[in-house]
Write a protein that binds this ligand. Structure first.
Ligand code: NOJ
Length: 551
């Protein structure tokens, strides 16, 4: 795949298609929908992990990096799926979770049994002389980042769940094991790798407390050594094949680091996947809160990243949705009244930027959050921990549930609705998470009478056809406008103006003369014609409009 011209589609295998009578999806289920993926026009699928795992964090707790978890099928199923995808021109990107392993991984089990070699694979430290934990670090899923290591006096570091033990990248044997895993999957037809939370792998030898009022993540995020580790991994594995595409998921990173991670001269990664633009509805930077999104912050973040990454010759992943985020339609669009218009506006606003767009399954049919009413409908470990913490903090049950409903990762993880039958033809039994909106929003209906899927097809084709989208530079336009996110892309004499109204309220914007006189409408989500394009233009609710000039 050409990372500048093609689009990546993310499949959360647990929720894509069940073929076995189980409540969860499987790899054979993917084969069934290859015609659908092909029709959409995507060129690579990123799969969330389907390796052997106790599934405490839905596969991000890996017990065997080289085996398929039986809930998803067998290695033969994988091979059949990979072949079927490739035969249809679709490449595979697998998720390499290399910051940690499950505590059920054989390495951790051997370490627990006293094997010194494997104890050195993990980050084990004694408690402080006063009996407290080795450091005051917080785990990302709540609670301390340390857990007792068997019946020893040591603790192991676990930045996520206590069943996800952090690996010690300082140990060259660990690094060699991990490049071997990448090489193993390269022999199995994989041409894309996503590296989970890869910028937190560089822990120091001596770990210290975070000073009061500071977040512990600063002490282990984006350490300079991460660049060294990535260069080494590149050299020992994927870098040997120039066709391979890599993406590093970056937790709380910086533009400078992302340029360094992705500038081709550095031989680290193809692109980065970062979340700053999705924290604009966090009150005081805290995820488990509920406030309206800050439009000006959203614009500033998107623009700063676009402009600076371009200047530094880096490359960014472009996404609104993934398996860790509530649906963007609920956050930045209108999930009910203007669902179709706002789904298209969000899509255009993102796909016409510089970077590689990712579509998270269901986005192309305008899926929305399920709005569960009871905690028992949720499954996600982070959500369940948050519920406990919010309750302890003194919030009322209704307030807690309101926040959970807005922020839970399960919002994105509900099953794909293939039609309007009870389980949307996802499964024959009640699925592991229910999708209460199947009747109204499903693939069959969308393909028969909807227009969002077609709009995504159009965007994918446009990126493929127009170099100004894949290669052009970018200038923010009308940056201070309080409703419109607008930009101009330029390449040689080609120019593209993209206007997006992020609100229901109509709003005026001035269209530069060159785009009034000489342009053609490249894309719109309302029925408009060239005669409507005047210097002063009124954008309707969630309107998107792309005007193109080519000489
Ligand atoms: C990021 C993944 O996207 C998320 O789902 C997971 O829980 C954490 N990394 C830990 O692996």
């Amino acid at each position: 795949m050409d990372y500048k011209k093609d689009v990546i589609y993310q499949i959360y295998p647990k929720s894509f298609q069940s073929t076995t009578g189980k409540p969860t999806g499987d790899l054979r289920g993917v084969i069934k929908h290859i015609p659908y993926l092909k029709k959409l026009g995507i060129k690579m699928v990123w799969f969330n992990p389907f390796f052997t795992s106790p599934q405490k964090d839905n596969g991000y707790d890996i017990a065997d990096f080289r085996a398929i978890d039986p809930i998803y099928g067998t290695m033969d199923d994988y091979m059949a799926m990979a072949k079927a995808l490739r035969d249809n021109g679709i490449e595979l990107m697998l998720d390499m979770v290399f910051n940690h392993t499950s505590t059920e991984h054989i390495w951790f089990q051997k370490a627990l049994a006293g094997d010194k070699k494997y104890q050195d694979y993990y980050i084990l430290r004694p408690g402080k002389p006063d009996g407290s934990l080795p450091t005051n670090w917080e785990s990302k899923f709540g609670g301390p980042a340390w857990n007792k290591f068997g019946d020893t006096d040591l603790y192991y570091l676990c930045l996520y769940d206590k069943t996800q033990a952090d690996l010690d990248w300082r140990n060259p044997d660990v690094r060699a094991e991990l490049s071997d895993i990448v090489n193993f999957w390269m022999t199995k037809g994989v041409t894309g790798f996503r590296f989970d939370v890869i910028n937190v792998i560089g822990k120091d030898e001596i770990l210290v407390d975070a000073p009061p009022e500071t977040e512990s993540k600063k002490l282990y995020t984006d350490k300079p050594i991460v660049h060294t580790y990535l260069k080494e991994l590149n050299q020992h594995s994927f870098g040997q094949d120039p066709e391979i595409v890599t993406v590093g998921e970056m937790s709380s990173t910086t533009i400078e680091n992302c340029i360094e991670y992705t500038n081709p001269d550095n031989h680290e990664l193809t692109m980065v996947f970062n979340f700053h633009h999705l924290k604009v509805d966090y009150e005081n930077g805290q995820k488990w809160t509920k406030i309206p999104f800050d439009f000006s912050a959203l614009k500033n973040i998107l623009f700063d990243w676009q402009v600076d990454i371009t200047a530094g010759n880096g490359w960014n992943a472009l996404f609104w949705n993934c398996h860790d985020q509530p649906r963007a339609l609920n956050r930045f669009g209108s999930p009910d009244k203007y669902r179709v218009e706002s789904a298209k506006m969000l899509a255009a606003a993102l796909h016409l930027l510089r970077g590689t767009p990712y579509i998270y399954m269901g986005e192309e049919i305008g899926m929305v959050d399920p709005d569960y009413s009871s905690l028992s409908q949720y499954d996600d470990i982070e959500t369940l921990n948050a519920y406990k913490e919010l309750t302890v903090s003194g919030l009322k049950e209704t307030e807690v549930m309101d926040i959970i409903r807005t922020k839970s990762r399960d919002n994105a993880r509900i099953p794909m609705p293939w039609d309007d039958s009870e389980f949307g033809s996802f499964s024959t039994v009640t699925p592991w998470l229910t999708n209460p909106k199947t009747k109204d929003i499903n693939v069959k209906k969308e393909l028969e009478s909807g227009s969002i899927f077609k709009f995504y097809q159009q965007l994918i084709q446009l990126r493929h056809d127009l170099d100004v989208i894949s290669d052009g530079d970018i200038t923010p336009y009308s940056r201070d406008h309080d409703q419109v996110f607008a930009y101009i892309r330029r390449l040689g004499t080609d120019r593209l103006l993209v206007l997006n109204n992020f609100y229901e309220k109509e709003t005026e914007i001035e269209i530069p003369k060159e785009f009034v006189d000489d342009s053609r409408i490249l894309l719109a989500n309302y029925d408009i014609s060239k005669n409507d394009i005047k210097t002063s233009y009124t954008l309707k609710a969630y309107e998107t409009l792309a005007l193109y000039v080519s000489e």
